[in-house]
Design a protein around this ligand. Sequence first.
Ligand code: PLP
Length: 419
Amino acid sequence: MNNTTDFNYFNTLLVQNIGNSVGPIAPTITPSAAFGYENAEEAEGIFAAEVNKPLYARVGNPTNAKLESVVAKMEGGFASIATSSGMGAISMVVTAFLNSGDELLCIGGFFGGTYALVNETLKRFGISNSFCTVDDFTHIENTLKRGIKMVLMESVGNPSLTLPDVQRIIDLCNKYETLLMIDNTPTPLLLRPLTMGADIVVHSSTKNMSGHSAALGGIAVFREVKEAGDKLLNDKYADIHKIVKKMGKKAFIPICKKRAIRDYGMTANAFGSFMTMIGLETLSLRVERVNKSVEAISLLLDAKLPQGVSVNHPCLSSSPDNARYKSDFPDGCGPLLTLDCGTKERAFKLLNHLKLVILTANIGDNRTLALHMTSTIYSDFDEDARAFLGVHEGLIRVSIGLEDPREIAEDFLQAAHAI
Ligand SMILES: *Cc1c(COP(=O)(O)O)cnc(C)c1O
């Protein structure tokens, strides 16, 4: 399989599809919350999804629609729905498809918000879960055999940087006719799970897709529903068969709109979608540069960090994920690397000596960011959860930005020498 990313292809695709060639070049913002209908018949048609015009901004608006069409193309998907945040996208999908009494299979360690969603909030609503490591295929297959409805996985563990065998997991979910949602936040363009056979891709567009940290947002991208033999027609999804049969190829959209967006309202707003598109225009340039920088910085730090501080990234030959990195993520696995300082005190000292790097809870920004894990995002998590998520006391997560990679590496080196 050829997994390399054609950055030139995506540079052309993104700039040519965002905005217009005639009239206003930049994408237009339509902030209206409501939309007038031509006549009573048109109103009826819009509500029946037979006329493709805006209904009311809670269920979509023209600026979101533009973003949705670009991201669907970028991911090799059929259609997508922009949401108010990445958590909004994940919540939308899970609640649209799962009912009280259902079970979610969670593969690998999750981003803190997703971990809390499945372990606290979804549990309160009667949706249970089981977690396993990315290579526990016995658990994965045994759980799929029980007839569960959905599997959730992140393309790259954050902050563990564990790399899953994405194709093998996709194939198993297809074999057992089970929906697979992949959170592709750290790896837009580098991994395109829908082209590999996954059903749903979600992003926090707040991160890499925007890059500028000026817009909170999320998006869920869907494959086309097959005319015959689609897994959605399996008996276990009987409660959505009516929509699948009526809406055909694009059924994922009305399922999510009618069973989540309409009732919870986790919709994107026009200004947020506009800002996301402004970032998206340069995504391919940024992803290519950042992923080259991540490798260069990892190698420099690996060679030069003083004893007591170490760097972890799958591009390093010492990493257990190095073989999978080379074969499945040849152009990089996103902006993250981690530093192990041994203890919390040493990690704090290192962070407090940084001059260029910004301390914040975000990732995928144009600026380089760093954060101590157990005292912040994972402070509410017990020892077992931390161990499973690969989070320990001395761990600092770093998200590499667009600055000169030598300057970034030097900032970490001077801070590491100062502790
Ligand atoms: C940030 C993040 C989310 C949540 O996105 P928000 O836009 O902050 O709601 C989900 N998944 C991953 C991997 C993230 O990094």
